[in-house]
Design a protein around this ligand. Structure first.
Ligand SMILES: Nc1nc2c(ncn2[C@@H]2O[C@H](COP(=O)(O)OP(=O)(O)OP(=O)(O)O)[C@@H](O)[C@H]2O)c(=O)[nH]1
Length: 223
């Protein structure tokens, strides 16, 4: 019996122990990592999700690795996301590699205004295949979609690369919040689904879900 129902049943039965605090239903803990070149917006992406705020102004590169927790509710279940924000700079790679193994999901970001951050995605995927779990959930994100005037990478190119690697894709903005929550929710849904599908639960396809829910930047690219 679920803890909530058990509490209700105990209260109804008038059991003397009914006044005791019943522990909340345990959260499903999940580890997510943010990866991508330095400056693509990983820290801002995390802050936007966690606090709904955008860190503008001087760019301060992450040193090593840091994490934040956020609980989301997915189809009635509390999912505790532990989100690791990694330093994109090359010199911290050996530190961050050590954390790949424990991650159940990876959000891999590039910056749509920075071509080299997109060109480096293949190298990131090679590292991921080397260090992460085989069944890790990967999502490709083209961040800074709000800066359409400086766009260097077409949305179609992001889509093509994602299709080649069989991963879901969307463009995001840590500044406006576009698709930020959706990225984490889609991952939480996928991992919750994998953790234990209920008999009456329909099957879940993360790519279909992302395609049906994602917002597209309002202005098309100049490319
Ligand atoms: N316009 C716009 N600027 C962004 C966005 N995301 C991040 N930025 C800016 O890009 C710069 C780098 O952002 P960070 O989040 O610090 O980048 P990072 O990927 O964490 O960088 P490292 O810690 O070095 O790996 C900052 O000046 C941010 O204000 C976005 O979605 N839109």
């Amino acid at each position: 019996m679920e803890p909530g129902r058990r509490l209700l049943a105990t209260l109804r039965s008038g059991n003397p122990g009914a006044g005791r605090r019943v522990p909340a239903r345990p959260d499903l803990p999940l580890k997510v990592m943010l990866l991508g070149d330095s400056g693509v917006g990983k820290t801002c992406f995390l802050i936007q999700f966690k606090d709904g705020a955008f860190l503008s102004g001087t760019f301060i590169a992450t040193v090593g690795i840091d994490f934040r927790n956020k609980v989301v509710t997915v189809d009635g279940m509390r999912v505790k996301l532990q989100i690791w924000d990694t330093a994109g700079q090359e010199r911290f790679r050996s530190v961050t590699h050590a954390y790949y193994r424990d991650a159940q999901a990876l959000l891999l970001l590039y910056d749509i205004t920075n071509k080299s951050s997109f060109d480096n995605i293949r190298a990131w995927l090679t590292e991921i295949h080397e260090y992460a779990q085989r069944d890790v959930v990967i999502m490709l994100l083209g961040n800074k979609a709000d800066v359409s005037s400086e766009r260097m990478i077409r949305s179609e190119d992001g889509e093509m690369l994602a299709r080649e690697y069989g991963v879901p894709f969307m463009e995001t903005s840590a500044k406006t919040g576009m698709n930020v929550e959706l990225a984490f929710l889609a991952i939480a849904k996928e991992l919750k689904y994998r953790a234990g599908r209920q008999a009456d639960e329909p099957s879940f396809q993360i790519r279909d879900y992302v395609e049906s829910q994602k917002k597209r930047p309002s202005c098309c690219s100049f490319l």
